[in-house]
Ligand binder design. Structure first.
Ligand code: ADP
Length: 486
């Protein structure tokens, strides 16, 4: 059945507004190759209007009580849940992730983010600080930063925008979102839901386009803060452009997993495969490399192959499919390049290793397992972002830590061991923001703090419920002299 091609419009001040931009881009499904929508590139005027709407709405929205803002967040969650299947289908079609194995869960977590924000915002108490002067009282209040630019990627086109929107608006900010140019449809669906749930006009606005539109938004004088999730190269450009504006930056990872001799190998294999193949490996905390202690290397590999064979590539709408197509050609080409480079440097392809030739698009990549991956490979050095489990041999904890930390990225790592002492050696010494012990790098919960380690290019600030609210707000300190008061 041919799909109806939607024409997306910007969402500004509570209304759908046709873009005044000159260009539009076709949004093509990685699943079927069909054009799903035409998305406009926002013009300078479009961005100005969206920022003006957010500025106009912000003081009124912030003046509501936390309870009133929380009520709207709960109402949004209810409406998302009511349309769960429909949103998950559209998400699969636009992004490529399997409907049953992943997309439904993404929608559930998207709704959950609004619930968490609604609950957390009611508990954002601040300190009353003792004063050196008996007549003084020092109070602190948490105040929203104002108007945010939200710039988000294509791997989780419902969840990631909402990780910024839900806590951001709950604490009293307003926002102009620019979703990824690869996956703008999800945001178009969601913003209407927010309006239907009673979100006042202008609190969340959406403009479409690529990096140039994002940059216009980030540098706009009416924007106070930037929430960004995407690649580290773009993060760096954004931070330079944003200057002293507040920013929450969650960028790339190079997820090392360490498998020690004393690990439960079945569990480690399941975690490594899940981390490598979930969302076709296109996750910032994906398992990007597995550092395997020499003594158990071969038995671990056997387990990995067994588990990996149970991850079929296929049509995302077939319930048995575990891996769908990659989202876009540049990312699939990066996978091609990294694999070719590893093989040239001596790696063995044990499973997969190429794109499937019998699918509706060229984006279906066979889930891949490679061994004997060298330290100087692109796979070890950079983020591959594809369905791959690459094994690297290590001889000691020192070596594992050195290889894991020899990276410009430091987001999330995992270690498999049955020793608490050894686990803490890794916890204390891995230069990452998050460490998972005995589960996948792709483990997270919506309310836990998630983000990069200082000194790496994985960003700063923390995504996750109240932790995002802390980043998207400031403390205002009040010194009150009560000596002269009646
Ligand atoms: P990914 O490949 O993970 O989507 P990108 O960093 O390429 O990561 O893109 C993430 C988001 O950043 C997208 O919405 C993209 O349009 C936006 N973007 C890209 N370049 C810029 C830029 N220079 N300024 C602002 N936003 C940008």
């Amino acid at each position: 059945m041919a799909v109806t091609v939607r024409t997306l419009e910007n969402f500004v001040g509570g209304d759908w507004v046709a873009s005044t931009g000159d260009n539009a881009r076709a949004i093509v499904s990685p699943v079927t190759g069909e054009t799903l929508a035409e998305a406009p590139d926002a013009s300078i005027d479009d961005v100005d209007r969206a920022v003006a709407a957010a500025r106009d709405a912000q003081p009124k929205w912030a003046a509501l009580s936390a309870w009133e803002r929380a009520k709207v967040c709960h109402a949004i969650a209810v409406l998302i849940e009511e349309r769960r299947e429909e949103f998950a289908r559209e998400l699969s079609l636009e992004q490529g992730k399997p409907y049953a194995a992943e997309a439904l869960g993404d929608i559930d977590e998207t709704a959950e983010n609004f619930r968490i924000a609604a609950e957390d915002v009611k508990r954002m108490e601040t300190a009353i600080i003792p004063s050196q002067d008996p007549d003084k009282r020092i109070l602190t209040f948490r105040k929203p930063n104002g108007v945010y630019a939200g710039i988000t990627p294509w791997n989780f086109p419902t969840l990631i925008p909402v990780e910024l929107i839900a806590p951001g608006i709950a604490i009293g900010n307003t926002i102009v979102m620019k979703p990824s140019e690869w996956t703008p449809i999800a945001m178009a669906n969601f913003v209407q839901i927010m309006a239907d749930a009673g979100l006042p006009d202008g609190v969340v606005n959406v403009v479409y386009g690529a990096g140039d539109v994002g940059e216009r938004l980030v540098t706009h004088p009416g924007v106070n803060g930037v929430g960004f999730v995407g690649s580290h190269g773009t993060a760096e450009k954004i931070v330079r452009a944003a200057g002293l504006k507040r920013s929450l930056i969650e960028a790339s990872g190079n997820g090392p997993v360490v498998v020690c001799e004393d690990a439960d190998l079945q569990r480690a294999a399941q975690g490594a495969v899940f981390g490598g193949f979930y969302c076709a490996g296109q996750v910032c905390c994906a398992t990007e490399r597995v550092l395997v202690h020499e003594g158990i290397h071969d038995s671990f590999l056997e387990e990995v192959v067994k588990v990996a064979e149970g991850w079929p590539l296929g049509d995302p709408f077939d319930d048995s499919t575990m891996v769908g197509p990659m989202n876009n050609e540049p990312t699939a080409q990066k996978m091609d390049l990294h694999l070719e480079d590893a093989v040239k440097q001596g790696a063995n392809v044990v499973l997969g290793g190429s794109r499937a030739s019998d699918r509706p698009t060229q984006l279906y990549y066979e889930p891949t397992v490679v061994t004997e991956v060298g330290i100087d490979t692109l796979i070890n050095r950079q983020e591959t972002f594809g369905p791959i489990v690459p094994l690297i041999r290590v001889n000691s904890d020192e070596e594992a830590l050195a290889v894991a930390n020899d990276s410009h990225l430091g987001l999330q790592a995992a270690v498999y061991t049955s020793s608490l002492k050894r686990a803490f050696r890794y916890i204390d010494n891995l230069r990452v923001g998050n460490v998972v012990v005995n589960d996948s790098t792709d483990y997270w919960e919506a309310h836990e703090p998630f983000g990069g380690a200082s000194g790496t290019q994985s960003g700063w600030g923390r995504i996750g419920g109240r932790y995002t609210m802390l980043d998207m707000s400031d403390l205002k300190t009040v010194v009150l002299d009560v000596g002269g008061l009646d």
